[in-house]
Each structure stands twice: as C-alpha cells, then as structure tokens.
Design a protein around this ligand. Structure first.
Ligand code: DGY
Length: 318
C-alpha cells in the first residue's frame, strides 16, 4: 500500500477517504507542527504528503523522499516549497486556489474595518474598565466610504476584495506585474507601485510571495504613503520589512497597520508590533472558516488521490 503522510490533524472524514486505498500516517496534533526530524523520517518512504504552510519542502526533504510523487499544500501560497527542486525530483506540487478566495477576502475586509474604526483599541479600553463615557472624539476613527483603496496583487483574492468595496463608494487602484483583465472588469485603475502607495488611504497586500515581492514594503514604500493611510497585509509576512513598518507606525508616518501574517510565525508578546495601539494583529487566520478549511482539505486529498491513482492533479502549481 502506498503511504501518505499528513502533517497536522485534519478532518477525520478526509482521512477515512484516504485510508480506503492508502496507508496514512498522521501527525495528530492540531496546534503543533510535525517536528522536522519526524517529517524527514516519515516522508522518506512516503508517496504523497499533505503539508501545511509551516512545513519546509526543500531539497533536503525532497532528495530524502525516494518514493514521493505528490505534495498537496494546504494553502494557496507555496513559498514554503522549493519548486525548482520539486521539479528536479519529479514531484508534483498542488495548492488550494479558489476554494479560499471569498473567505480570505472577507478577512481582509475585517482587518480594514477593524483598523479604520479602532475596534480592537476600543474593545481593549472597555474590557479594562477604562471607558469613562461618551465624548465627541472618543475613539474616533477613519471612514472608508469615499476613500481610495490600493490593492497590491489583483489576483482572485484581490479581486474578491475589490468586489466587496463596491458598496463603499471607494476609488480602487491596483498594482500587479502587468495590467490585469480582472482589475479592469472591476473598474479598478492600474497604477505604478509608487502611485498606489502615494494615492491610497488603504493599501492592501494580497500578492503571492516571490523573489520580486519579498520585502517590497520597506522604509521607502512607507515613506511614500500618506500619514493618514493604513497598511493591510493578508499575503505573507515577508512582503514587509517589519522593522520599517514598526518605525513607520510609531513615528506617525502612516496611521496604522492591520496584519494577518508575519515574517516568523508564530509571533509572541515580545514582538515589537504587539504593544502598539495602531496595530491590528491576527494569527494568520485568512482562510480559517470551518467550511473553507474543509474544502481546502478535501481538495488536497483529491489531488493526492488523483496523482497516486495515475491521473492528473486538479490544482497543480505550475
Ligand atoms: C494561504 O492559503 O496561503 C493562506 O495564507 C492560508 O491561510
């Protein structure tokens, strides 16, 4: 029987589906990643692996996995995977596009609203018993309607976010490597990265992490933004030079940031962002609705089954 390794606790029905035809080895912990040495040991003779974005699928792992045919990554992003090396070892990589688009766009919207209206700050004040009563500018935030929103990365999540903006009477700008039909259909205006930064009241990063986009949001980028603007990130932490962002928020160069992702996850209390009032921080829950996570798992399982049964992957990373 072919062996499949699953590196985190997933929905039991998905495991049962695989167990009909395969031997499944499961790291049965929901919160903790499979330790690296165990990952290497278990994948050494595996034919398929269902990985999380916290698992590094690199040359060391791939050259050690002599039977490996497919890695199904439970994420749309795949910056945890060395694609070049996978190609050399003839391992098919799949991801989970589309099924998480709407859920992730909803979270991006949640971040924008939460930051603009100071929701977490206001909630913290109330919970700490420090609310002294109504006053005209108490916790006064920023409107979204009538503003300019800039989307860096007009892929399907960026577009789903833009669609949600239509009820807010905003002007929408976007920047991609090239002009996108999707952007035009949504009435969004293509601008340079520099113009996106300087003209937007809210800048959303929804791009994939690549060599080109890594650390794109640095000191210079934040300097270009309005001092009233917010930066929102649902892409990857490494899109940002975190020390530059901390400085930009601390010194009032930008109004605030709302982040779902960090360069080294998980972050703890000692992270410089944690005690800053103008930071809205979430623990990488972009696609975390129960339905969407189930759909993502199902897609991973189907990708593995297709490949190991001699078919074509449903959502290969090309
Ligand atoms: C992804 O799919 O890349 C997300 O970050 C997971 O939540």
């Amino acid at each position: 029987m072919k062996k499949i390794v699953i590196t985190r606790k997933i929905n039991p029905t998905m495991i049962q589906k695989l167990e009909k035809d395969f031997r499944v080895v499961l790291w049965d912990e929901a919160e903790k990643p499979m330790p690296r040495d165990r990952f290497l040991e278990e994948t050494a003779d595996a034919h398929g692996v269902l990985t999380m974005l916290s698992d590094k699928v690199d040359e060391e792992m791939l050259s050690n996995a002599r039977n490996l045919k497919v890695v199904a990554n439970l994420a749309v992003g795949y910056d945890n995977i060395d694609l070049e090396s996978a190609k050399q070892h003839n391992v098919i990589i799949t991801n989970t596009p589309d099924v998480l688009t709407e859920t992730t766009a909803e979270l991006a919207f949640t971040l924008m609203l939460t930051a603009a209206r100071r929701v977490l700050e206001a909630n913290r004040q109330l919970m700490a018993g420090e609310w002294s009563g109504w006053s005209p500018y108490h916790m006064a935030g920023t409107d979204i309607f009538g503003k300019t929103v800039g989307i860096f990365g007009m892929g399907s999540i960026g577009a789903a976010f833009a669609r949600r903006l239509s009820g807010f009477r905003t002007k929408v700008l976007y920047h991609n490597r090239s002009q996108s039909e999707l952007g035009e259909t949504l009435g969004a205006e293509y601008v340079s990265f520099e113009d996106l930064l300087s003209a937007s009241d809210f800048v959303l990063c929804a791009a994939p992490l690549t060599d080109e986009t890594k650390h794109r949001f640095d000191k210079e980028a934040f300097q270009r933004m309005k001092d009233s603007a917010f930066f929102i990130n649902i892409g990857r932490g490494a899109h940002v030079v975190e020390a530059d962002l901390a400085r930009a928020v601390e010194t009032g160069q930008i109004r605030g940031a709302a982040l779902d992702v960090f360069e080294n996850e998980p972050i703890g209390k000692d992270h410089p962002f944690v005690n800053m009032d103008n930071m809205t921080l979430l623990p990488h829950i972009g696609s975390a609705s129960v339905d969407t996570r189930n759909n993502m798992m199902n897609l991973c399982v189907n990708n593995i089954m297709e490949v190991l049964n001699g078919g074509n992957p449903i959502t290969p990373v090309k």
